[in-house]
Each structure stands twice: as C-alpha cells, then as structure tokens.
Design a protein around this ligand. Structure first.
Ligand code: T3D
Length: 262
C-alpha cells in the first residue's frame, strides 16, 4: 500500500500532498498521523523555507473520512472525539505556528476540515475547478480545524455564516471574490503557479516572514497596543538579523538583495 501523504523537497520548498484520491483525500486516522508528522517535520527543518500543501487528483481534501468515522462511532471508539484535539487542533496550530510560509495549492474540492487547512495557510491559490464548502452542518456538526476563527477573518462573518449554516458550495471565482483565495489559475497551470509562488517565498527573508506571520496571527485577536508591542518585538529581533543588514546594504548599493533566511 502506498502512503496516504507524500512529501517531496525541491530546493528549500517542501511539498506535502494528501494522496487518497479515491476518497477525495478524506482523512483517516492513518492519513492524519502521516500528515501531522510531515507538517511537524517541515516546521522543524531549517533547510525548508516554504511549504506547499496540496492534494492528488480532483480533491484538495474532503475533510474527515466519513466511512472510517461511521465505523469508529459505531464501535464507541474514543478517537472519534480525541482526534479533534490530537490531530485537527495540532495540525492547524502547526501550520499557523510554523516560522515559514505555507501555501495552499487548492487543486479541487475542499470540504470540512479540508477548508480549515486551506484557511490556515498563509496564501491560497486555487485551480479553476476548485470548490469550497464547510460541509460540517451537512453531517450535523459545528466547525473544527479553526474554521470558526479563520474563515470569518478571510471572508467576513456574514459570508462565513452562510457557508456554515446554509452549506453553500462556492466555485473558485466566488472564493476569489469573497477573499477566500488570493488567486485562481487554470487547472493546467496550478502546479507551476504553486511552485513559482513557493520558490519565491523560499528565496525570501524567512525570519522576516516568520515575524510577519506571527504578527498577523497575534493581531487577529488582540488590541492595538498589544499589536504595536508585538511589532516592536518583531522589528527589534529583525534589526539584529543578517538579512536585514544585507538587504539595506544592497539597497544602498543599488543591488538586488540575496536573503539567507536569517
Ligand atoms: O471527530 C471527528 O472526526 C469530527 C471531525 C470532523 C471534521 C470534518 O471534516 S467533518 C466534514 C466531513 N466532510 C464532509 O462531510 C464532506 C463529505 N463529502 C461531500 O460533501 C462531497 O463528497 C464533496 C463536496 C467533498 C465532493 O462532492 P463531489 O460531488 O465532487 O464528489 P463525490 O462523488 O461526492 O465524492 C467523490 C468520492 O469521494 C466518493 O466516493 P465514491 O462514491 O466514488 O466511492 C465519495 O464518497 C468520496 N468522499 C467524498 N468525501 C468523503 C468521501 N469519502 C469519505 N469521507 C469523505 N469525507
């Protein structure tokens, strides 16, 4: 049996691909173990400076595997509920806490927890055939994988309510118009566009990106004074960094900066 998650490295870009196309890349316990492991490895590896999250085939990720879920429910298996804490919460916090950018390359349908994964990434580029649905209420659930927090911040609370309560399924253009994705490209161009974006990020000032990401997440749930203090700490740390000094020197010398990521 081939593994359900495939990780490949190209230079400083790590691509993590969910690989269960026969089930819409839905997540079983085994898939979740592999996915969390790959996310944690990418986060911990200093040679990785940008990460792509994507899926194989016509789906990005259809969320929880409902066949396995039904079997676990029927058996009274405690992992039905512990998986929210042990996997979904842990994976979302690993993506948002990773000190490097993560790009969701949304190659097809994304539903439930899959939507949460896309929302947790720093940038989202979708193929023209991608679709987006919260799906939770369809199986009489609320929201998990950060969707209640992350989705309204991207699309506004009214649209998030429509998605969650009415089960709306958006196409790529609707997602773009709502701010759920940043770009839509032809399906045939998606992999190249994802690679181009991730390579550009991987060649950037990784430490500055880490602080930008942390600042945005911090600011999402704090007040102005606290955001200002966080920004001060970020700039204070970056003033001491090699990339900042080299980039300022390059600017003054009218040269292109080369970022080492430190
Ligand atoms: O404790 C916990 O675990 C709670 C955690 C919850 C987290 C969640 O993610 S809850 C939400 C779970 N996901 C869903 O409810 C989505 C269910 N799927 C759908 O609504 C639709 O399949 C899609 C909108 C995703 C795609 O629709 P469509 O028409 O493009 O494709 P399809 O034909 O429905 O699906 C293709 C195949 O994938 C199909 O298999 P088959 O019949 O050809 O053998 C379908 O059964 C399978 N599939 C799709 N989603 C899932 C799935 N198999 C298992 N689990 C799925 N979630």
């Amino acid at each position: 049996d081939s593994p359900d998650v495939v990780a490949t490295t190209d230079g400083a870009v790590r691509t993590i691909r969910i690989d269960r196309p026969r089930a819409g890349n839905a997540l079983t316990l085994a898939t979740k173990d592999l996915l969390l492991g790959e996310l944690q490895r990418a986060a911990a590896d200093p040679a990785v400076r940008a990460v792509v999250l994507t899926g194989t085939g016509r789906a990005f990720c259809a969320g929880q595997d409902l066949r396995e879920h039904a079997a676990l429910l029927a058996a009274g298996d405690p992992r039905v509920s512990s998986t929210v804490r042990d996997f979904y919460n842990a994976a979302i916090l690993t993506i948002t806490g990773m000190r490097k950018p993560v790009v969701a390359v949304v190659n097809g349908v994304t539903a439930g927890a899959g939507l949460g994964f896309a929302c947790a990434c720093d940038l989202r580029v979708a193929g023209r055939s991608a679709t987006f649905t919260a799906a939770f209420a369809g199986v009489a659930l609320a929201a998990d994988s950060g969707v209640s927090f992350l989705l309204p911040r991207l699309v506004g609370s009214g649209r998030a309510s429509r998605m969650l309560l009415l089960g709306e399924r958006w196409d790529a253009d609707q997602a773009l118009a709502a701010g759920l994705v940043d770009a839509v490209v032809d399906d045939a161009d998606l992999a190249d566009e994802g690679r181009r974006l991730a390579t550009r990020l991987a060649e950037g000032p990784t430490e500055a990106f880490a602080w930008i990401k942390a600042s945005l997440h911090h600011a999402a749930s704090t007040d102005l004074a606290s955001a200002l203090s966080f920004e001060e700490a970020a700039q204070g740390a970056l003033f001491r960094g090699e990339d900042h000094r080299d980039a300022v020197a390059a600017f003054l010398a009218k040269q292109r900066p080369t970022y080492r990521g430190r």
